[in-house]
Design a protein around this ligand. Structure first.
Ligand code: AMP
Ligand code: GLY
Length: 441
């Protein structure tokens, strides 16, 4: 019997909680920022608190004699929760604050690839002042600007989408430098993105089935970037626009990065290395790493796990992943996120309105349902300002999985919105055609 501490309160953590409970006898203790009814129903005990309150998290883990911890979101990693728990002899699946720089510092990761000769970087430079930015912008065909720090996936500015001219680019850099120590300026890459979530014990890196997220708020990839509106994965553990070579290249990059982290810091990275990659005409490029599972992409892979999740956690912690056969069912998955209708819109947008509305969930059929940012009150279930519920269809084909997810969406009543196009043939054919144009086929 393992006692497991889970930190986090989103749909990603709901599916992690499910994976923990499906493992050989495990008791789950959950530390959440808000009351997720799905996680609560799977937990022996829960506590609601801030992710900054490391002492409260440690006390909760000690009181419940937790054997190890699984850290869902990036904020507690950035706060150093793993260092804190490790000092209290509670090991964790998740990197220390220093190694979480893989996600929290764009410059750390880009410079690591550069220093160790690992392929995958676009042309890039980081700046701590405006000095030199203008001539660098002149060298780029297309520009991407990123604050060097955690921004919840929403701080990146892409030329053509968020701004047009070099003068605007320079202004954005100026603005970013007022709130951040540095700004990363990169060449704009063209291609299709995919997520490769890998398990890492510091020495061995194990890939999981690739998935594709949909960051834009609206149908046809229109509107602002969000945390992710939905995602899919395929029964052959590839994606329709990918070659197996692309996935192999992304895995090779990640293995080299894990090795480079050890050479650079002398420490073993234990946790999730979730690479956001883009296939371009010049092969696979790295957009960013996250030090945690993806949200929604965790919902594409964890329900397919055939291997005991707690065994995986132990192997990550003990450095014995090379001895474990990690297997996933050969099924397709489609996840659609239900969000408050005003989600992701700028405050001055006419449709951005109060979002804490009540919702009701009917019969979701064969779909899995994972709670995200909801508030269970005495009189019912309420949304907050963020993504509310993830529904996941799992089937032998993408078409069937999409239908299951789509039927479940219709069972949720209230002022919700979602992207009906996630996982549909029409959107996937666009992806395939886009990639054919890019590859010049
Ligand atoms: P990130 O927060 O780094 O994942 O960036 C958010 C989104 O911005 C990514 O999912 C991409 O769509 C886009 N993006 C980031 N970097 C680049 C790049 N160098 N070229 C093109 N698009 C990018
Ligand atoms: N799916 C995007 C993220 O988890 O960051």
């Amino acid at each position: 019997m393992s006692n497991v501490l889970l930190i986090g309160n989103g749909a990603r953590e709901h599916v992690i909680a499910e994976a923990i409970r499906k493992s050989r006898p495990a008791r789950l203790f959950s530390y959440m920022k808000g009351n997720n009814p799905g996680i609560a129903s799977l937990s022996e005990d829960v506590i609601i608190g801030s992710y900054n309150d490391l002492e409260a998290i440690k006390n909760f883990a000690q009181t419940n004699q937790c054997d190890f911890a699984v850290i869902g979101p990036e904020d507690p990693l950035n706060n150093g929760i793993v260092d804190y728990l490790t000092d209290a002899a509670i090991p964790a699946v998740g990197p220390t604050k220093s190694l979480a720089r893989l996600e929290t510092s764009k410059s750390f990761t880009r410079n690591l690839l550069k220093k160790y000769g690992i392929p995958g970087n676009p042309i890039f430079q980081t700046f701590t002042s405006l000095d030199g930015i203008e001539p660098f912008l002149d060298q780029l065909q297309g520009i991407v600007i990123k604050p060097d720090g955690l921004t919840g996936g929403k701080g990146v500015m892409v030329q053509g989408d968020h701004f047009q001219s070099k003068a605007e680019a320079l202004n954005h850099c100026r603005d970013i430098l007022q709130g951040h120590a540095s700004v990363a300026v990169e060449e704009k890459l063209e291609g299709e993105e995919f997520s490769l979530q890998c398990l890492c014990d510091g020495k061995t890196v194990v890939g999981t089935p690739p998935a594709q997220d949909h960051k834009r708020r609206f149908v046809d990839d229109k509107g602002p970037n969000t945390g992710g509106m939905g995602s899919y994965s395929c029964e052959d553990h590839l994606l329709p626009f990918l070659k197996s070579r692309d996935v192999a290249d992304a895995l090779t990059i990640t293995k080299k990065v894990a090795e480079a982290i050890h050479r650079e810091t002398g420490k073993y990275y234990k946790g999730i290395m979730y690479g956001g990659f883009m296939v371009t005409k010049d092969g696979v490029k790295l957009i960013e790493y996250n030090a945690r599972f993806g949200d929604p992409e965790a919902m594409n892979i964890l329900p397919l796990l055939k291997t005991d999740f707690c065994d995986i956690c132990r192997a990550v912690i003990d450095g014995t992943l090379d001895q474990l056969n990690v297997e996933f069912e050969k099924k397709a998955t489609v996840c659609k996120y239900l969000v408050p209708a005003g989600y992701g819109l700028p405050a001055d947008h006419p449709d951005a309105r109060s979002t804490s509305a009540k919702i009701e969930i009917g019969d979701v059929g064969d779909a899995r349902l994972y709670y995200a940012s909801v508030d269970q009150r005495a009189d019912g279930l309420y949304m907050t300002t963020s993504r509310a519920i993830g529904v996941v269809g799992i089937a032998d084909t993408l078409q069937e999985a999409e239908k299951i997810a789509q039927n479940a969406v219709a069972a949720v009543k209230g002022p919700v919105d979602y992207r009906p196009d996630v996982g549909t043939d029409a959107l996937i054919n666009q992806r395939i055609q886009h990639m054919q144009t890019i590859r010049g086929a």
